[in-house]
Design a protein around this ligand. Structure first.
Ligand code: PAF
Length: 293
């Protein structure tokens, strides 16, 4: 496995692969890798086969964190990430430095940015107003450096995947966006680097996100008609409030493709929620009509 730090080296390598007709699958991450990330790496390899290249980036992107958010506390463990990538068959681990990615930082980190204006209005976009601008801008930069044929994202960040797919379509990036299923712990907690930050007494309480999804699923699947979103929102709020360390940020019911909120929730609807468990903000989502992860 090759480790690349310099942006020009990554781009030179990517251009060489492109000239040689080698397919490249890209898994962008912020590190602190877990089994969920490794499932994306596996999917990347499955798609490009042994003749292709799998690139993983580890970059804790400062521009997608607001000043009051957890950038400083975000888990980092490059030695472990390196070892995991090596044993997972990654070809290149790309670890750009903050100063190379954003030479003008801190203010402004870059004066050009990519903003998606429709799908970012709700949920994470309204709870974290500067978040998606940071995500789409850094991904545009990473796509230009890695020049992938496809990029793999986890369904856990459903809205992110939808936003990135739209950006790629609107700006004609020549790559395919692949969304791989959420990977869960045995008690249903969606795998996330932020889970490491939960205190021991908070960890069992964090399953309230998955329990909320299952509760709403049960209601929607048992109903003969659409269920009012307000009713489900109330039920989820009550469930979350029953955990002393948990605080509901939002719960949303929406169309999985357009992300349009729905007032009448049915089996084709999707649910997403964000919950603070102690100081850790966790998100989760799932379809309501099927028992998918
Ligand atoms: O999902 C993440 O880890 C990040 O938002 C991403 C896609 C790596 C961009 O920084």
């Amino acid at each position: 496995m090759r480790i690349v730090v310099a942006l020009h080296e990554m781009q030179r390598l990517a251009r060489r692969w492109r000239r040689q007709g080698v397919r490249v699958a890209f898994v962008p991450t912020m590190g602190a890798l877990h089994t969920g990330h490794l499932s994306l790496v596996q999917e990347a390899r499955r798609r490009v086969k042994s003749s292709g290249r799998v690139v993983v980036s580890v970059f804790v992107n400062p521009t997608q964190f607001a000043p009051h958010e957890d950038l400083a506390a975000y888990p980092r463990n490059l030695a472990r990430d390196r070892a995991l990538c090596r044993t997972s068959g990654v070809d290149v681990l790309f670890v750009p430095e903050d100063t190379a990615m954003y030479p003008q930082a801190p203010v402004p980190p870059s004066s050009t940015c990519v903003v998606e204006e429709a799908l970012t209005r709700s949920m994470e976009g309204s709870a974290r107003p500067t978040h998606f601008r940071g995500v789409t801008t850094v991904l545009a930069k990473l796509f230009n450096l890695v020049l992938p044929d496809l990029a793999i994202f986890g369904a856990k960040d459903w809205q992110q995947a939808a936003v990135v797919r739209r950006m790629v379509r609107d700006l004609n990036f020549p790559l395919q966006i692949v969304v791989a299923p959420t990977v869960r712990e045995s008690d249903g907690l969606a795998m996330s680097s932020r889970n490491q930050r939960l205190a021991p007494d908070e960890r069992p309480q964090a399953t309230v996100l998955w329990r909320s999804i299952q509760w709403a699923r049960g209601r929607v699947q048992a109903a003969r008609r659409a269920v009012p979103a307000a009713q489900l929102q109330k039920g989820v709020a009550k469930l979350v409030a029953s955990e002393p360390a948990a605080r509901l940020d939002y719960v949303a019911f929406f169309d999985p493709d357009t992300l349009e909120p729905t007032r009448a929730v049915h089996r084709t609807s999707h649910m997403a929620l964000a919950v603070f468990v102690g100081k850790v903000r966790l998100i989760d989502n799932a379809p309501l009509g099927v028992d998918a992860p």
